[in-house]
Design a protein around this ligand. Sequence first.
Ligand code: AHR
Length: 636
Amino acid sequence: ELVVQTKKLGAEIQPTMYGLFFEDINYAADGGLYAELVKNRSFEFPQHLMGWNTYGKVELMNDGPFERNPHYVRLAYPGHDHKHTGLDNEGFFGIGVKKGEEYRFSVWARLPQGGAGEKIRIELVDTKSMGERQAFSAETLTIDSKEWKKYQVTLKPGETNPKATLRIFLASKGTVDLEHVSLFPVDTWNGHENGMRKDLAQALADIHPGVFRFPGGCIVEGTDLDTRYDWKKSVGPVENRPLNENRWQYTFAHRFFPDYYQSYGLGFYEYFLLSEEMGAAPLPIVNCGLACQYQNNEAKAHVDVCNLDSYIQDALDLIEFANGDVNTTWGKVRADMGHPASFNLKFIGVGNEQWGKEYPERLEPFIKAIRKAHPEIQIIGSSGPNSEGKEFDYLWPEMKRLKADLVDEHFYRPESWFLSQGARYDNYDRKGPKVFAGEYACHGQGKKWNHFHAALLEAAFMTGLERNADIVHMATYAPLFAHVEGWQWRPDMIWFDNLNSVRTVSYYVQQLFAHNMGTNVLPLTMDKKAVTGAEGQNGLFASAVFDKNKNEYIVKVANTSDKAQSLTLNFQGLKKQDVLADGKCIKLSSLDLDKDNTIEQPSAITPQESSVSMEGNTFSTELEAKTFAVYKFAKK
Ligand code: AHR
Protein backbone atom coordinates (compact mmCIF):
# COMPACT_ATOMS: atom_id res chain seq x y z
CA GLU A 1 0.00 0.00 0.00
CA LEU A 2 1.26 3.44 -0.94
CA VAL A 3 -0.07 6.21 1.27
CA VAL A 4 0.13 9.72 -0.12
CA GLN A 5 -0.11 12.46 2.51
CA THR A 6 -1.98 15.31 0.92
CA LYS A 7 -2.39 17.65 3.87
CA LYS A 8 0.80 19.61 3.59
CA LEU A 9 2.54 20.30 0.32
CA GLY A 10 6.20 19.39 0.32
CA ALA A 11 9.11 21.02 -1.48
CA GLU A 12 8.48 22.99 -4.61
CA ILE A 13 9.57 21.28 -7.80
CA GLN A 14 11.70 23.64 -9.84
CA PRO A 15 10.49 24.44 -13.37
CA THR A 16 13.98 23.38 -14.48
CA MET A 17 13.62 19.92 -12.96
CA TYR A 18 13.48 17.85 -16.17
CA GLY A 19 15.43 19.06 -19.15
CA LEU A 20 17.74 18.22 -22.01
CA PHE A 21 21.48 17.91 -22.42
CA PHE A 22 22.73 18.62 -25.90
CA GLU A 23 26.18 17.84 -27.21
CA ASP A 24 27.56 17.44 -30.71
CA ILE A 25 28.40 13.77 -30.24
CA ASN A 26 27.10 10.99 -32.54
CA TYR A 27 26.62 13.60 -35.31
CA ALA A 28 24.01 15.34 -33.16
CA ALA A 29 24.68 18.81 -34.62
CA ASP A 30 26.32 18.76 -38.06
CA GLY A 31 24.63 15.86 -39.82
CA GLY A 32 21.83 15.84 -37.25
CA LEU A 33 19.82 18.60 -35.58
CA TYR A 34 21.47 21.29 -37.69
CA ALA A 35 19.59 20.95 -40.96
CA GLU A 36 22.55 21.79 -43.26
CA LEU A 37 22.98 18.92 -45.72
CA VAL A 38 26.40 19.82 -47.15
CA LYS A 39 29.53 18.61 -45.41
CA ASN A 40 32.55 20.95 -45.42
CA ARG A 41 30.55 23.72 -47.07
CA SER A 42 33.32 26.30 -46.62
CA PHE A 43 36.22 24.09 -47.74
CA GLU A 44 37.89 24.58 -44.36
CA PHE A 45 38.39 20.98 -43.25
CA PRO A 46 42.16 20.46 -42.84
CA GLN A 47 41.97 18.38 -46.02
CA HIS A 48 40.14 21.13 -47.84
CA LEU A 49 38.22 18.93 -50.23
CA MET A 50 37.14 16.32 -47.70
CA GLY A 51 33.52 15.38 -48.40
CA TRP A 52 33.88 16.65 -51.98
CA ASN A 53 34.74 14.84 -55.15
CA THR A 54 36.05 17.16 -57.84
CA TYR A 55 36.45 16.68 -61.59
CA GLY A 56 37.65 18.80 -64.50
CA LYS A 57 39.47 22.04 -63.75
CA VAL A 58 38.85 22.76 -60.09
CA GLU A 59 41.35 24.84 -58.15
CA LEU A 60 41.40 25.49 -54.40
CA MET A 61 41.85 29.19 -53.61
CA ASN A 62 42.42 30.92 -50.27
CA ASP A 63 41.61 34.61 -50.52
CA GLY A 64 37.84 34.40 -50.21
CA PRO A 65 35.40 36.97 -48.85
CA PHE A 66 35.14 35.50 -45.34
CA GLU A 67 38.14 36.23 -43.21
CA ARG A 68 37.87 33.18 -40.96
CA ASN A 69 37.01 30.83 -43.84
CA PRO A 70 39.28 32.00 -46.66
CA HIS A 71 39.15 28.89 -48.88
CA TYR A 72 36.92 28.49 -51.91
CA VAL A 73 36.98 26.71 -55.26
CA ARG A 74 37.52 28.04 -58.78
CA LEU A 75 35.78 26.17 -61.62
CA ALA A 76 37.18 26.68 -65.12
CA TYR A 77 36.02 25.44 -68.54
CA PRO A 78 37.52 21.96 -69.14
CA GLY A 79 38.14 22.65 -72.85
CA HIS A 80 35.46 20.46 -74.39
CA ASP A 81 31.67 20.58 -74.21
CA HIS A 82 31.49 16.89 -73.40
CA LYS A 83 33.73 17.30 -70.39
CA HIS A 84 32.67 18.62 -67.02
CA THR A 85 34.22 20.77 -64.34
CA GLY A 86 32.49 20.50 -61.05
CA LEU A 87 32.26 18.90 -57.66
CA ASP A 88 30.02 16.47 -55.79
CA ASN A 89 29.25 16.63 -52.09
CA GLU A 90 28.64 13.40 -50.18
CA GLY A 91 26.72 14.98 -47.29
CA PHE A 92 26.66 13.24 -43.93
CA PHE A 93 26.33 9.54 -44.73
CA GLY A 94 24.65 10.76 -47.92
CA ILE A 95 22.14 13.55 -48.35
CA GLY A 96 18.59 12.67 -47.32
CA VAL A 97 15.85 14.35 -49.36
CA LYS A 98 12.12 13.76 -49.52
CA LYS A 99 9.87 13.80 -52.56
CA GLY A 100 7.88 17.01 -52.87
CA GLU A 101 9.80 18.90 -50.19
CA GLU A 102 11.74 22.03 -51.03
CA TYR A 103 15.48 22.43 -50.57
CA ARG A 104 17.25 25.76 -50.69
CA PHE A 105 20.57 25.61 -52.48
CA SER A 106 22.70 28.67 -51.83
CA VAL A 107 26.23 29.64 -52.71
CA TRP A 108 28.48 32.66 -52.60
CA ALA A 109 29.90 33.15 -56.06
CA ARG A 110 31.62 35.56 -58.43
CA LEU A 111 33.07 35.75 -61.92
CA PRO A 112 36.78 36.28 -61.31
CA GLN A 113 37.29 37.36 -64.92
CA GLY A 114 34.09 39.38 -65.12
CA GLY A 115 31.77 38.96 -68.11
CA ALA A 116 28.06 38.92 -68.75
CA GLY A 117 27.24 35.75 -66.89
CA GLU A 118 28.18 32.11 -66.41
CA LYS A 119 25.95 29.21 -65.55
CA ILE A 120 26.26 26.50 -62.95
CA ARG A 121 24.06 23.45 -62.85
CA ILE A 122 22.93 22.11 -59.49
CA GLU A 123 21.66 18.55 -59.29
CA LEU A 124 20.60 16.01 -56.75
CA VAL A 125 21.88 12.73 -58.09
CA ASP A 126 21.64 9.10 -57.26
CA THR A 127 25.09 7.92 -58.29
CA LYS A 128 24.03 4.30 -57.85
CA SER A 129 21.06 4.69 -60.18
CA MET A 130 20.72 1.99 -62.83
CA GLY A 131 18.18 4.07 -64.76
CA GLU A 132 18.49 6.52 -67.65
CA ARG A 133 19.36 9.45 -65.44
CA GLN A 134 21.25 9.89 -62.23
CA ALA A 135 19.88 13.37 -61.59
CA PHE A 136 16.42 13.45 -60.07
CA SER A 137 16.30 17.16 -59.39
CA ALA A 138 18.13 19.95 -61.23
CA GLU A 139 18.25 23.72 -61.51
CA THR A 140 20.50 26.24 -63.21
CA LEU A 141 21.90 29.39 -61.64
CA THR A 142 23.41 32.32 -63.51
CA ILE A 143 26.36 33.97 -61.81
CA ASP A 144 26.37 37.54 -63.02
CA SER A 145 28.81 39.61 -61.01
CA LYS A 146 32.50 40.13 -60.60
CA GLU A 147 31.84 40.79 -56.92
CA TRP A 148 31.05 38.09 -54.36
CA LYS A 149 27.29 37.68 -54.01
CA LYS A 150 24.94 35.13 -52.50
CA TYR A 151 22.83 33.19 -55.03
CA GLN A 152 20.09 30.75 -54.30
CA VAL A 153 17.67 28.43 -56.01
CA THR A 154 15.11 25.91 -54.75
CA LEU A 155 15.25 22.22 -55.61
CA LYS A 156 12.10 20.13 -55.42
CA PRO A 157 13.07 16.47 -55.79
CA GLY A 158 10.60 14.17 -57.47
CA GLU A 159 11.76 11.24 -55.39
CA THR A 160 12.76 10.40 -51.87
CA ASN A 161 16.38 9.43 -51.47
CA PRO A 162 18.21 8.89 -48.16
CA LYS A 163 21.66 9.00 -49.72
CA ALA A 164 21.71 11.44 -52.60
CA THR A 165 24.75 13.37 -53.79
CA LEU A 166 24.76 17.11 -54.45
CA ARG A 167 26.38 17.81 -57.82
CA ILE A 168 27.45 21.28 -58.97
CA PHE A 169 29.10 21.78 -62.35
CA LEU A 170 29.96 24.56 -64.70
CA ALA A 171 27.38 24.81 -67.49
CA SER A 172 29.06 27.48 -69.63
CA LYS A 173 32.53 28.27 -70.89
CA GLY A 174 33.90 30.80 -68.41
CA THR A 175 35.30 30.67 -64.89
CA VAL A 176 33.31 30.79 -61.66
CA ASP A 177 34.37 31.00 -58.00
CA LEU A 178 32.22 29.24 -55.38
CA GLU A 179 32.24 29.57 -51.59
CA HIS A 180 29.97 28.46 -48.72
CA VAL A 181 27.94 25.92 -50.65
CA SER A 182 24.80 25.10 -48.72
CA LEU A 183 21.67 22.99 -49.03
CA PHE A 184 18.91 23.28 -46.45
CA PRO A 185 15.37 21.98 -46.28
CA VAL A 186 13.08 25.01 -46.58
CA ASP A 187 10.83 23.48 -43.97
CA THR A 188 13.00 23.68 -40.87
CA TRP A 189 11.70 23.71 -37.30
CA ASN A 190 9.90 27.03 -36.78
CA GLY A 191 11.00 28.03 -40.28
CA HIS A 192 14.40 29.52 -39.43
CA GLU A 193 16.67 29.83 -42.45
CA ASN A 194 19.75 28.65 -40.54
CA GLY A 195 17.46 26.19 -38.86
CA MET A 196 17.05 22.75 -37.42
CA ARG A 197 15.79 19.47 -38.76
CA LYS A 198 12.09 19.48 -38.04
CA ASP A 199 11.51 15.96 -36.70
CA LEU A 200 14.52 16.18 -34.38
CA ALA A 201 13.77 19.62 -32.94
CA GLN A 202 10.12 18.65 -32.54
CA ALA A 203 11.14 15.58 -30.53
CA LEU A 204 13.01 17.92 -28.16
CA ALA A 205 10.14 20.36 -27.86
CA ASP A 206 7.70 17.49 -27.24
CA ILE A 207 9.48 16.72 -23.98
CA HIS A 208 8.52 20.21 -22.66
CA PRO A 209 12.02 20.57 -21.24
CA GLY A 210 12.52 22.93 -18.33
CA VAL A 211 16.21 23.45 -18.97
CA PHE A 212 18.45 23.10 -22.02
CA ARG A 213 22.13 22.48 -21.39
CA PHE A 214 24.60 23.10 -24.23
CA PRO A 215 27.05 22.69 -25.95
CA GLY A 216 28.35 19.62 -24.04
CA GLY A 217 29.99 17.57 -22.58
CA CYS A 218 33.56 16.92 -23.50
CA ILE A 219 33.42 19.22 -26.51
CA VAL A 220 33.28 22.16 -24.09
CA GLU A 221 36.74 21.10 -22.99
CA GLY A 222 38.14 19.99 -26.34
CA THR A 223 40.69 17.28 -26.94
CA ASP A 224 43.14 20.09 -26.27
CA LEU A 225 42.44 23.69 -25.38
CA ASP A 226 42.87 24.86 -28.99
CA THR A 227 39.86 22.78 -29.96
CA ARG A 228 37.63 23.61 -26.98
CA TYR A 229 34.19 24.96 -27.84
CA ASP A 230 34.69 28.71 -28.30
CA TRP A 231 31.24 30.29 -28.19
CA LYS A 232 32.48 33.60 -29.59
CA LYS A 233 33.35 31.86 -32.84
CA SER A 234 29.88 30.33 -33.01
CA VAL A 235 27.96 33.61 -33.37
CA GLY A 236 27.60 36.18 -36.15
CA PRO A 237 27.11 35.42 -39.86
CA VAL A 238 27.36 31.66 -40.48
CA GLU A 239 29.68 32.18 -43.44
CA ASN A 240 32.32 33.56 -41.12
CA ARG A 241 32.09 31.07 -38.27
CA PRO A 242 35.32 29.09 -38.32
CA LEU A 243 35.52 25.34 -38.29
CA ASN A 244 36.44 23.48 -35.12
CA GLU A 245 37.61 19.92 -34.69
CA ASN A 246 35.15 17.65 -32.90
CA ARG A 247 36.48 15.95 -29.80
CA TRP A 248 34.30 12.97 -30.74
CA GLN A 249 36.25 12.08 -33.87
CA TYR A 250 37.81 9.59 -31.54
CA THR A 251 35.79 7.43 -29.21
CA PHE A 252 36.40 5.04 -26.38
CA ALA A 253 34.52 2.36 -28.31
CA HIS A 254 37.37 2.38 -30.85
CA ARG A 255 35.34 4.06 -33.50
CA PHE A 256 37.06 6.83 -35.44
CA PHE A 257 35.39 9.43 -37.64
CA PRO A 258 38.15 11.46 -39.30
CA ASP A 259 35.66 13.79 -41.00
CA TYR A 260 33.79 14.82 -37.84
CA TYR A 261 34.11 18.58 -37.44
CA GLN A 262 31.97 21.35 -35.98
CA SER A 263 30.89 23.99 -38.47
CA TYR A 264 29.49 26.10 -35.58
CA GLY A 265 26.47 26.60 -37.86
CA LEU A 266 24.51 25.55 -34.82
CA GLY A 267 26.02 28.09 -32.48
CA PHE A 268 25.16 29.85 -29.25
CA TYR A 269 22.57 32.15 -30.83
CA GLU A 270 20.74 29.12 -32.23
CA TYR A 271 20.99 27.28 -28.89
CA PHE A 272 19.55 30.25 -26.99
CA LEU A 273 16.78 30.63 -29.54
CA LEU A 274 15.94 26.94 -29.39
CA SER A 275 15.78 27.13 -25.58
CA GLU A 276 13.45 30.10 -25.80
CA GLU A 277 11.19 28.51 -28.38
CA MET A 278 10.96 25.28 -26.35
CA GLY A 279 10.25 27.22 -23.16
CA ALA A 280 13.41 25.87 -21.49
CA ALA A 281 15.88 27.84 -19.36
CA PRO A 282 19.15 28.07 -21.30
CA LEU A 283 22.15 26.57 -19.53
CA PRO A 284 25.45 27.16 -21.34
CA ILE A 285 28.63 25.52 -20.06
CA VAL A 286 31.96 27.29 -20.49
CA ASN A 287 35.48 25.98 -20.45
CA CYS A 288 37.31 26.52 -17.16
CA GLY A 289 40.83 26.46 -18.58
CA LEU A 290 41.14 22.68 -18.66
CA ALA A 291 40.94 20.34 -21.64
CA CYS A 292 39.06 17.06 -21.59
CA GLN A 293 39.91 15.06 -18.50
CA TYR A 294 40.66 12.03 -20.63
CA GLN A 295 43.37 13.91 -22.46
CA ASN A 296 44.72 16.25 -19.84
CA ASN A 297 48.09 14.62 -19.56
CA GLU A 298 48.95 16.06 -22.94
CA ALA A 299 50.33 19.45 -23.89
CA LYS A 300 47.90 22.35 -24.22
CA ALA A 301 45.59 20.88 -21.59
CA HIS A 302 45.83 23.42 -18.76
CA VAL A 303 45.79 27.17 -18.42
CA ASP A 304 47.63 28.35 -15.34
CA VAL A 305 45.34 29.88 -12.76
CA CYS A 306 47.07 33.24 -13.13
CA ASN A 307 46.39 33.22 -16.89
CA LEU A 308 42.66 32.56 -16.81
CA ASP A 309 41.57 36.13 -17.52
CA SER A 310 40.49 35.61 -21.12
CA TYR A 311 38.53 32.49 -20.16
CA ILE A 312 36.76 34.37 -17.40
CA GLN A 313 36.10 37.26 -19.76
CA ASP A 314 34.51 34.77 -22.19
CA ALA A 315 32.07 33.77 -19.43
CA LEU A 316 31.26 37.39 -18.60
CA ASP A 317 30.85 38.27 -22.27
CA LEU A 318 28.56 35.30 -22.69
CA ILE A 319 26.25 36.68 -20.03
CA GLU A 320 26.33 39.99 -21.87
CA PHE A 321 25.60 38.24 -25.17
CA ALA A 322 22.55 36.56 -23.64
CA ASN A 323 21.17 39.33 -21.48
CA GLY A 324 22.99 42.57 -22.24
CA ASP A 325 21.35 45.67 -23.52
CA VAL A 326 21.56 46.23 -27.27
CA ASN A 327 24.04 49.03 -26.56
CA THR A 328 26.57 46.65 -25.03
CA THR A 329 29.20 45.07 -27.28
CA TRP A 330 27.85 41.52 -27.07
CA GLY A 331 24.22 42.50 -26.64
CA LYS A 332 24.57 44.27 -29.98
CA VAL A 333 25.92 41.11 -31.61
CA ARG A 334 22.79 39.29 -30.42
CA ALA A 335 20.53 42.11 -31.59
CA ASP A 336 22.21 42.20 -35.00
CA MET A 337 21.50 38.51 -35.32
CA GLY A 338 17.79 39.22 -34.88
CA HIS A 339 17.08 39.08 -31.14
CA PRO A 340 17.20 42.48 -29.46
CA ALA A 341 15.37 41.16 -26.39
CA SER A 342 17.35 39.41 -23.68
CA PHE A 343 17.50 35.61 -23.69
CA ASN A 344 16.92 35.77 -19.94
CA LEU A 345 19.93 33.69 -18.97
CA LYS A 346 19.87 32.63 -15.32
CA PHE A 347 22.45 29.84 -15.12
CA ILE A 348 25.98 29.25 -16.28
CA GLY A 349 28.06 26.09 -15.86
CA VAL A 350 31.83 26.34 -15.48
CA GLY A 351 33.78 23.24 -16.47
CA ASN A 352 32.64 19.73 -17.28
CA GLU A 353 33.75 16.54 -15.56
CA GLN A 354 36.95 18.00 -14.17
CA TRP A 355 37.58 15.76 -11.24
CA GLY A 356 41.12 16.66 -10.30
CA LYS A 357 42.21 19.09 -7.63
CA GLU A 358 43.16 21.54 -10.39
CA TYR A 359 39.44 22.18 -10.99
CA PRO A 360 38.31 24.04 -7.82
CA GLU A 361 41.30 26.35 -7.96
CA ARG A 362 40.25 27.39 -11.45
CA LEU A 363 36.55 27.55 -10.64
CA GLU A 364 37.22 29.96 -7.78
CA PRO A 365 38.27 33.01 -9.85
CA PHE A 366 35.36 32.39 -12.25
CA ILE A 367 32.93 32.42 -9.33
CA LYS A 368 34.44 35.58 -7.88
CA ALA A 369 34.26 37.44 -11.18
CA ILE A 370 30.75 36.27 -12.11
CA ARG A 371 29.37 37.02 -8.63
CA LYS A 372 30.86 40.49 -8.74
CA ALA A 373 29.56 41.39 -12.19
CA HIS A 374 26.37 39.32 -12.21
CA PRO A 375 25.10 38.38 -8.76
CA GLU A 376 21.81 37.40 -10.42
CA ILE A 377 23.37 34.44 -12.29
CA GLN A 378 23.47 30.99 -10.68
CA ILE A 379 26.74 29.14 -11.13
CA ILE A 380 27.05 25.41 -11.66
CA GLY A 381 30.21 23.57 -10.69
CA SER A 382 30.86 19.89 -11.29
CA SER A 383 31.68 16.72 -9.43
CA GLY A 384 31.87 12.95 -9.97
CA PRO A 385 31.16 10.12 -10.11
CA ASN A 386 33.14 9.10 -13.17
CA SER A 387 32.11 6.31 -15.51
CA GLU A 388 33.72 3.73 -13.21
CA GLY A 389 31.51 4.98 -10.39
CA LYS A 390 34.35 6.63 -8.49
CA GLU A 391 33.03 9.46 -6.33
CA PHE A 392 35.42 12.36 -5.77
CA ASP A 393 34.78 13.06 -2.13
CA TYR A 394 36.90 16.17 -1.97
CA LEU A 395 34.86 17.94 -4.65
CA TRP A 396 31.57 18.48 -2.80
CA PRO A 397 33.28 20.20 0.16
CA GLU A 398 35.07 22.37 -2.37
CA MET A 399 31.79 23.22 -4.10
CA LYS A 400 30.37 24.17 -0.69
CA ARG A 401 33.39 26.29 0.13
CA LEU A 402 33.12 28.09 -3.18
CA LYS A 403 29.34 28.44 -2.73
CA ALA A 404 28.49 27.03 -6.13
CA ASP A 405 24.72 27.24 -6.55
CA LEU A 406 24.43 23.81 -8.13
CA VAL A 407 26.75 20.85 -8.67
CA ASP A 408 26.63 18.78 -11.83
CA GLU A 409 26.84 15.01 -11.24
CA HIS A 410 27.09 12.39 -13.99
CA PHE A 411 26.03 8.75 -13.91
CA TYR A 412 26.67 6.36 -16.77
CA ARG A 413 26.30 3.30 -14.60
CA PRO A 414 25.03 -0.30 -14.77
CA GLU A 415 21.73 -1.77 -13.57
CA SER A 416 23.02 -2.49 -10.06
CA TRP A 417 23.94 1.16 -9.59
CA PHE A 418 20.53 2.41 -10.70
CA LEU A 419 18.83 -0.09 -8.40
CA SER A 420 20.93 0.95 -5.43
CA GLN A 421 20.92 4.72 -5.86
CA GLY A 422 17.22 5.45 -5.48
CA ALA A 423 18.06 6.87 -2.07
CA ARG A 424 21.16 8.74 -3.24
CA TYR A 425 19.84 12.17 -2.40
CA ASP A 426 17.83 11.29 0.70
CA ASN A 427 20.71 12.29 2.95
CA TYR A 428 22.47 15.01 0.97
CA ASP A 429 23.27 18.13 2.96
CA ARG A 430 20.30 20.45 2.57
CA LYS A 431 22.45 23.50 3.33
CA GLY A 432 24.94 23.09 0.50
CA PRO A 433 24.65 23.58 -3.26
CA LYS A 434 21.70 22.07 -5.10
CA VAL A 435 22.09 19.14 -7.49
CA PHE A 436 22.06 19.08 -11.26
CA ALA A 437 22.02 15.44 -12.39
CA GLY A 438 23.51 16.67 -15.64
CA GLU A 439 24.23 13.44 -17.51
CA TYR A 440 22.88 10.00 -16.79
CA ALA A 441 21.76 6.83 -18.46
CA CYS A 442 21.63 3.21 -17.41
CA HIS A 443 24.42 1.40 -19.27
CA GLY A 444 23.42 -2.22 -18.99
CA GLN A 445 26.14 -4.66 -17.95
CA GLY A 446 27.21 -6.16 -21.28
CA LYS A 447 24.29 -4.39 -22.98
CA LYS A 448 25.60 -1.05 -24.08
CA TRP A 449 22.63 -0.17 -26.21
CA ASN A 450 19.13 1.13 -25.69
CA HIS A 451 16.78 -1.37 -24.16
CA PHE A 452 13.60 -1.34 -22.12
CA HIS A 453 15.15 -2.55 -18.89
CA ALA A 454 17.64 0.32 -18.83
CA ALA A 455 14.81 2.81 -19.31
CA LEU A 456 12.75 1.18 -16.53
CA LEU A 457 15.67 1.52 -14.12
CA GLU A 458 16.14 5.14 -15.14
CA ALA A 459 12.50 5.69 -14.21
CA ALA A 460 13.08 3.98 -10.85
CA PHE A 461 16.11 6.19 -10.19
CA MET A 462 14.21 9.31 -11.23
CA THR A 463 11.57 8.74 -8.55
CA GLY A 464 14.46 9.36 -6.13
CA LEU A 465 15.33 12.61 -7.90
CA GLU A 466 11.72 13.67 -7.67
CA ARG A 467 11.27 12.78 -4.01
CA ASN A 468 14.33 14.94 -3.34
CA ALA A 469 13.23 17.87 -5.47
CA ASP A 470 14.07 20.21 -2.59
CA ILE A 471 17.73 19.59 -3.41
CA VAL A 472 17.67 18.17 -6.95
CA HIS A 473 16.81 21.11 -9.18
CA MET A 474 17.70 19.79 -12.62
CA ALA A 475 18.14 16.44 -14.33
CA THR A 476 19.09 15.71 -17.92
CA TYR A 477 19.56 12.31 -19.59
CA ALA A 478 22.58 11.97 -21.91
CA PRO A 479 23.51 11.81 -24.68
CA LEU A 480 20.52 13.12 -26.54
CA PHE A 481 21.01 12.16 -30.19
CA ALA A 482 22.77 9.55 -32.29
CA HIS A 483 22.99 8.99 -36.04
CA VAL A 484 22.61 5.27 -36.73
CA GLU A 485 25.66 5.35 -39.00
CA GLY A 486 27.75 7.79 -37.00
CA TRP A 487 27.44 7.05 -33.32
CA GLN A 488 30.33 7.10 -30.89
CA TRP A 489 28.41 6.50 -27.66
CA ARG A 490 25.44 4.32 -26.73
CA PRO A 491 22.75 4.33 -25.39
CA ASP A 492 21.21 7.61 -26.53
CA MET A 493 17.77 9.14 -26.22
CA ILE A 494 16.83 9.74 -29.87
CA TRP A 495 18.24 7.87 -32.86
CA PHE A 496 17.99 9.02 -36.44
CA ASP A 497 19.09 8.34 -39.98
CA ASN A 498 19.02 10.84 -42.83
CA LEU A 499 15.24 10.80 -43.10
CA ASN A 500 13.73 9.25 -39.98
CA SER A 501 14.05 9.44 -36.25
CA VAL A 502 12.97 7.29 -33.35
CA ARG A 503 12.17 8.10 -29.73
CA THR A 504 13.53 5.42 -27.43
CA VAL A 505 11.83 4.15 -24.28
CA SER A 506 14.30 6.29 -22.30
CA TYR A 507 12.87 9.26 -24.21
CA TYR A 508 9.36 8.35 -23.11
CA VAL A 509 10.50 7.99 -19.50
CA GLN A 510 11.91 11.52 -19.64
CA GLN A 511 8.75 12.78 -21.26
CA LEU A 512 6.48 11.14 -18.67
CA PHE A 513 8.42 12.75 -15.84
CA ALA A 514 8.52 16.15 -17.55
CA HIS A 515 4.83 16.15 -18.46
CA ASN A 516 3.82 15.01 -15.00
CA MET A 517 6.29 16.83 -12.79
CA GLY A 518 3.72 18.63 -10.67
CA THR A 519 4.52 21.65 -8.55
CA ASN A 520 5.15 20.11 -5.10
CA VAL A 521 6.46 16.87 -3.69
CA LEU A 522 4.13 14.93 -1.39
CA PRO A 523 5.25 12.66 1.45
CA LEU A 524 4.78 9.01 0.63
CA THR A 525 4.88 5.81 2.66
CA MET A 526 4.99 2.27 1.36
CA ASP A 527 3.61 -0.39 3.69
CA LYS A 528 3.89 2.12 6.54
CA LYS A 529 7.55 2.89 5.90
CA ALA A 530 8.69 6.16 4.33
CA VAL A 531 9.64 5.54 0.72
CA THR A 532 13.40 5.78 0.54
CA GLY A 533 14.14 4.17 -2.76
CA ALA A 534 17.03 2.19 -1.28
CA GLU A 535 17.02 -1.00 -3.37
CA GLY A 536 13.33 -0.27 -3.88
CA GLN A 537 10.73 -1.84 -1.60
CA ASN A 538 9.83 -5.21 -3.14
CA GLY A 539 11.45 -3.81 -6.25
CA LEU A 540 8.98 -0.92 -6.24
CA PHE A 541 10.21 2.66 -6.56
CA ALA A 542 7.77 5.52 -6.19
CA SER A 543 7.23 9.24 -5.85
CA ALA A 544 4.16 11.44 -5.43
CA VAL A 545 3.55 15.05 -6.40
CA PHE A 546 0.70 17.55 -6.49
CA ASP A 547 0.13 19.89 -9.40
CA LYS A 548 -1.31 23.16 -8.10
CA ASN A 549 -2.12 24.41 -11.56
CA LYS A 550 -4.11 21.35 -12.54
CA ASN A 551 -5.31 20.49 -9.04
CA GLU A 552 -4.06 16.99 -9.64
CA TYR A 553 -2.29 14.26 -7.66
CA ILE A 554 0.31 12.27 -9.57
CA VAL A 555 1.96 9.07 -8.36
CA LYS A 556 4.77 7.42 -10.30
CA VAL A 557 5.62 3.79 -9.62
CA ALA A 558 8.29 1.64 -11.23
CA ASN A 559 7.88 -2.07 -10.64
CA THR A 560 11.37 -3.38 -11.34
CA SER A 561 10.56 -6.84 -9.96
CA ASP A 562 9.68 -9.99 -11.89
CA LYS A 563 6.24 -10.20 -10.31
CA ALA A 564 3.00 -8.35 -10.77
CA GLN A 565 2.27 -6.58 -7.48
CA SER A 566 -0.98 -5.47 -5.90
CA LEU A 567 -0.90 -1.78 -5.41
CA THR A 568 -3.20 0.42 -3.40
CA LEU A 569 -2.87 4.17 -3.60
CA ASN A 570 -4.41 5.77 -0.58
CA PHE A 571 -4.71 9.55 -0.51
CA GLN A 572 -4.84 10.63 3.12
CA GLY A 573 -5.63 13.98 4.65
CA LEU A 574 -7.93 15.24 1.91
CA LYS A 575 -10.49 17.79 2.99
CA LYS A 576 -14.10 16.60 2.93
CA GLN A 577 -14.91 18.58 -0.19
CA ASP A 578 -11.80 17.29 -1.96
CA VAL A 579 -13.14 14.24 -3.72
CA LEU A 580 -10.86 12.70 -6.29
CA ALA A 581 -12.23 12.01 -9.72
CA ASP A 582 -11.52 8.85 -11.66
CA GLY A 583 -8.16 9.21 -13.21
CA LYS A 584 -5.70 8.12 -15.80
CA CYS A 585 -2.87 5.67 -15.86
CA ILE A 586 -0.02 5.87 -18.37
CA LYS A 587 2.24 2.84 -18.58
CA LEU A 588 5.47 1.80 -20.22
CA SER A 589 5.81 -1.94 -20.14
CA SER A 590 7.60 -4.76 -21.93
CA LEU A 591 8.27 -8.36 -21.09
CA ASP A 592 11.13 -8.38 -23.54
CA LEU A 593 13.67 -6.44 -21.51
CA ASP A 594 16.16 -6.15 -24.35
CA LYS A 595 13.70 -4.54 -26.71
CA ASP A 596 13.49 -0.88 -27.66
CA ASN A 597 12.04 1.24 -30.42
CA THR A 598 14.03 1.26 -33.64
CA ILE A 599 13.91 3.17 -36.92
CA GLU A 600 12.16 0.15 -38.42
CA GLN A 601 9.76 -0.24 -35.48
CA PRO A 602 9.51 3.22 -33.92
CA SER A 603 6.41 2.42 -31.87
CA ALA A 604 7.33 -0.97 -30.45
CA ILE A 605 7.07 0.35 -26.88
CA THR A 606 5.20 3.58 -26.30
CA PRO A 607 3.23 4.97 -23.34
CA GLN A 608 -0.21 3.37 -23.11
CA GLU A 609 -2.95 5.39 -21.48
CA SER A 610 -6.09 4.05 -19.81
CA SER A 611 -8.79 5.28 -17.47
CA VAL A 612 -8.79 4.11 -13.87
CA SER A 613 -11.45 4.47 -11.20
CA MET A 614 -11.29 5.55 -7.58
CA GLU A 615 -13.18 4.11 -4.70
CA GLY A 616 -13.49 6.86 -2.18
CA ASN A 617 -9.98 8.21 -2.02
CA THR A 618 -8.35 4.88 -2.68
CA PHE A 619 -7.30 3.26 -5.89
CA SER A 620 -6.38 -0.41 -6.13
CA THR A 621 -4.76 -2.21 -8.99
CA GLU A 622 -2.30 -4.89 -9.94
CA LEU A 623 0.88 -3.41 -11.39
CA GLU A 624 2.47 -5.71 -13.94
CA ALA A 625 6.06 -6.88 -13.59
CA LYS A 626 8.71 -4.65 -15.21
CA THR A 627 6.40 -1.71 -15.69
CA PHE A 628 6.60 2.01 -15.11
CA ALA A 629 3.24 3.63 -14.37
CA VAL A 630 2.07 7.18 -13.85
CA TYR A 631 -1.29 7.53 -12.05
CA LYS A 632 -3.10 10.85 -12.15
CA PHE A 633 -6.19 11.90 -10.20
CA ALA A 634 -7.65 15.40 -10.33
CA LYS A 635 -9.81 16.88 -7.62
CA LYS A 636 -13.45 16.92 -8.67
O1 AHR B 1 27.60 12.29 -22.92
C1 AHR B 1 28.81 11.84 -23.41
C2 AHR B 1 29.99 12.31 -22.59
O2 AHR B 1 29.94 11.77 -21.32
C3 AHR B 1 30.06 13.79 -22.30
O3 AHR B 1 30.65 14.48 -23.33
C4 AHR B 1 30.90 13.87 -21.07
O4 AHR B 1 30.57 14.96 -20.25
C5 AHR B 1 30.69 12.53 -20.42
O5 AHR B 1 31.89 11.89 -20.19
